[in-house]
Design a protein around this ligand. Structure first.
Ligand code: PXP
Length: 239
């Protein structure tokens, strides 16, 4: 059965919108775990637009499952990761002007930088994942780089507006997941997944973990965090 890693970035987005001390991402992380989350995810961005270092440190202290830190492979972020020591780092591309992470890491271009980051993180006892598009060439390079895991970018599938586009994008995800498992990588998936799109993954047993944030935090506004996580967990259990 696939696991659910809950991203609490957007609890911090709401806090930063007004510069208040609430809502508290640490409380959201605890609620998510209470409701059955198998891991907590935070993205520490260069511009600190939502999660800050204090959040990462506190969540690391309270989390009982695992902490997954999403970050760029910059020297600043590598220093922070090696100091805080999350259970896993997911390396992502990052542009200041983007609304959210817009695509997977291009390993054809950044292979050397990412390999070096993976080596350093693994030497510090931190498991590594690389966020990549469902592209077979990218997956082969991820394997060569010797990362523990990959996270397949599901955004193009989730955002597709037509059935034919959705189907095309989903086939890319299926092929990528199968190739990843064949290469003995742990395969995770995330970005843009909501309570509807998750259902498409039924039977795709190659995926070990789903990383989901925005849709869960959005539902939590109406149902509370625990119920929102429970609802998503139930859909994943049914896959
Ligand atoms: N995985 C990665 C690598 C991400 O960058 C994000 C967004 O922070 C997510 C998963 C979660 O995406 P969403 O918030 O759309 O569920």
């Amino acid at each position: 059965m696939a696991q659910l890693a809950v991203n609490v970035d957007h609890i911090a987005t709401l806090r930063q919108a007004r510069g208040t001390r609430y809502p508290e991402p640490v409380a959201a992380a605890i609620a998510a775990e209470t409701a059955g989350a198998d891991g907590i995810v935070v993205h520490l961005r260069e511009d600190r637009r939502h999660i800050n270092e204090r959040d990462v440190r506190l969540i690391k202290q309270v989390v009982q499952s695992k902490l997954i830190l999403e970050m760029a492979a910059s020297s600043e972020m590598l220093g922070i990761a090696m100091d805080i020591k999350p259970d896993c780092v997911t390396l992502v591309p990052e542009k200041r002007e983007e609304l959210t992470t817009e695509g997977g890491l291009d390993l054809i271009t950044h292979q050397d930088q990412i390999r070096e980051a993976v080596v350093n993180l693994k030497n510090s006892g931190i498991a590594t994942s690389i966020f990549i598009d469902p592209d077979l060439e990218q997956i082969k390079i991820a394997h060569k780089i010797d990362t523990d895991m990959i996270e397949i970018h599901t955004g193009a599938f989730c955002d597709a507006r037509t059935a034919s586009r959705k189907q095309k994008e989903f086939i890319r995800i299926v092929n990528a997941a199968k190739m990843g498992v064949k290469l003995k990588l742990e395969v995770n998936a995330g970005h843009g997944i909501c309570y509807n799109t998750i259902k498409a993954f039924k039977g795709l047993d190659e995926i070990s973990e789903f990383s989901i944030g925005h849709s869960i935090v959005s539902r939590a506004l109406f149902t509370g965090m625990e119920q929102a996580v429970r609802d998503m967990k139930q859909l994943i259990v049914a896959l």
